[in-house]
Design a protein around this ligand. Sequence first.
Ligand code: ADP
Ligand code: X2W
Length: 255
Amino acid sequence: MEKLTIVKVGGKIVEESESLQILLNDFSHIQGYKLLVHGGGRSATRIASQLGIESKMVNGRRITDAEMLKVVTMVYGGLVNKNIVAGLQALSVDALGMTGADMNILRSEKRPVKDVDYGFVGDVKEAGGEALSKLIRAGVVPVLAPLTHDGKGNLLNTNADTIAGEAAKALAQYFDVTLMYCFEKKGVLRDENDDDSVIPEIDETLFKEYVADGIIQGGMIPKLENAFAAIRAGVKEVIITQATEISSGIGTRIR
Ligand SMILES: Nc1ncnc2c1ncn2[C@@H]1O[C@H](COP(=O)(O)OP(=O)(O)O)[C@@H](O)[C@H]1O
Ligand SMILES: CC(=O)N[C@@H](CCC(=O)OP(=O)(O)O)C(=O)O
């Protein structure tokens, strides 16, 4: 099978134009088929606050009421997505910005209310691997925003790490997929404040130990859960790395 590289870029990197430009430039140099997934949680928090709307996160997920859904739709589907598309087009990458509603790529269900009411947050139920694979083979580079739809006309907010994991799983039938989660640190660290403490390889047993010890916490937990789910579903390789290292492949590998 042919190789497909999926890069997910989040928070701090997309918020700062300089780091985003470096990432887009490195991404443009990836050979072969590729797809980019972006987050933008920090941009949504900033713009919501400018509009007088407070952000609330629980277990790494945004509580998304009707007003916040409008903000994330504008920020992820508009501002962040289209800036990335324009940046990639300037680098001669034929990018196409999409939400999960476009071509029915990612259909989700509103997360049921249990202990927490997350509001308009969607859990992915179906991913359109075939439609995406056709676009990719036609030479298009999809740029996915962290928005899904429920098939009944409603957009839902979905964590970008999950979008990347679900897209990777759906595309694993069609390509040898490498999934790279890029962020501001060099990988999964033994000590969050020491960039030289990168854990080169991690499996689920080690992951559970590190979570129990408090070494892995916060946003890194859902990121790794998505990474293990992707490997179990046939994704060839998952790497967690610094945004500046996508060409070197240095970082933490998932086993
Ligand atoms: N062991 C760890 N190694 C690296 N980062 C960790 C670790 N444990 C927790 N983190 C935190 O996880 C964050 C990454 O998750 P998140 O903010 O969701 O990513 P993103 O930047 O992709 O949106 C890092 O900024 C860091 O603060
Ligand atoms: C439901 C949920 O939490 N959605 C995320 C989507 C954006 C995201 O994941 O952005 P990063 O990758 O930059 O963190 C949010 O609104 O923050």
